[in-house]
Ligand binder design. Structure first.
Ligand SMILES: NC(=O)c1ccc[n+]([C@@H]2O[C@H](COP(=O)([O-])OP(=O)(O)OC[C@H]3O[C@@H](n4cnc5c(N)ncnc54)[C@H](OP(=O)(O)O)[C@@H]3O)[C@@H](O)[C@H]2O)c1
Length: 249
């Protein structure tokens, strides 16, 4: 089991892509902190995990972290250290999106996007690195294809993902000295609740632009997270890996 003995903190793991990553990490021997924006959502996700797979309470920990209110992040990280003594893997995956033109948008909407998609990542990563720097570790940020080429009517979301890419490369340079690797995954179109804001016509056109000619299932992405979390990628840092069916080539 490739992650045996490892402790992983995965934000946005109550559902969607993060939930699929959590399942694969558990299958591969990790202890996993399951996070929702509210504790109830994390507890509900763990209930479903237990129905679907053989998971013991010793291997999962529920946490509610609302990235809009980051005042309790320090104590949340401390509670994980108190329980399991370390964090080897941090997956910054929680995110929100929006579909609004610049002229219809407000500064407040841009601020909210950055609170969740960027500042949440900054605050949590800073707190985790305080402990991770003792042993080294792997930080994986979920970016997006729109963080590479932008997106019409999604300037707030796309800008937050460009910021994540900049953070990924800069922290890779800064934290390598502690043997902490920092990488990002840039998904294409993935069938999760997040895609509910996209019209069927937009989905159809995105599929047409994708060489593999379909949307991804969250499980199509998880292998790359396992690779980046494990020692298989021990000399890989500062990369942004597209997992998008060839959409961005
Ligand atoms: N789906 C796609 O096509 C796609 C494409 C490219 C990139 N991505 C990126 O992939 C990541 C995961 O997206 P997804 O498709 O899995 O989305 P999703 O199904 O909508 O799940 C979002 C996750 O983020 C959590 N979350 C939302 N707001 C939060 C907040 N304020 N504080 C803390 N957690 C919060 C949710 O927790 P609750 O359950 O508690 O609400 C949930 O676990 C995001 O960063 C997204 O930008 C997605």
């Amino acid at each position: 089991m490739i992650l045996s003995g490892k402790v992983a903190l995965i934000t946005g793991s109550s559902r969607g892509i993060g939930n699929s990553i959590a399942r694969l990490f558990l299958d591969n021997g990790a202890k996993v902190v399951i996070c929702g924006s509210k504790l109830e959502n994390a507890l509900e996700a763990i209930k479903k995990l237990k129905q679907d797979m053989n998971v013991s309470d010793d291997n999962v920990m529920p946490i509610g972290i609302n990235m809009k209110d980051r005042s309790n992040i320090e104590s949340i990280v401390k509670s994980i250290i108190d329980k399991w003594g370390k964090i080897d893997i941090l997956v910054n995956n929680a995110g929100i999106t929006s579909n609004v033109s610049l002229l219809d948008s407000t500064d407040q909407e841009f601020l909210e996007m950055f609170e969740v998609n960027f500042f949440g990542v900054v605050t949590l990563t800073r707190e985790v690195v305080k402990y991770m720097k003792i042993r080294g570790g792997s930080i994986i940020n979920t970016s997006s294809m729109v963080g590479i080429y932008g997106s019409r009517n999604q300037s707030a979301y796309a800008s937050s993902k460009f910021a994540i890419n900049g953070l990924t490369k800069s922290l890779a340079r800064e934290l390598g000295i502690y043997n902490i690797r920092v990488n990002a995954v840039a998904p294409g179109v993935v069938e999760t609740d997040m895609m509910n804001i996209v019209t069927p016509e937009m989905k159809e056109s995105l599929i047409k632009m994708t060489p593999l000619n379909r949307m991804a299932n969250p499980n199509d992405l998880t292998g790359i997270y396992l690779y980046l979390a494990s020692d298989l990628s021990k000399f890989t840092t500062g990369t942004i890996i597209n997992v998008d069916g060839g959409l961005v080539i």
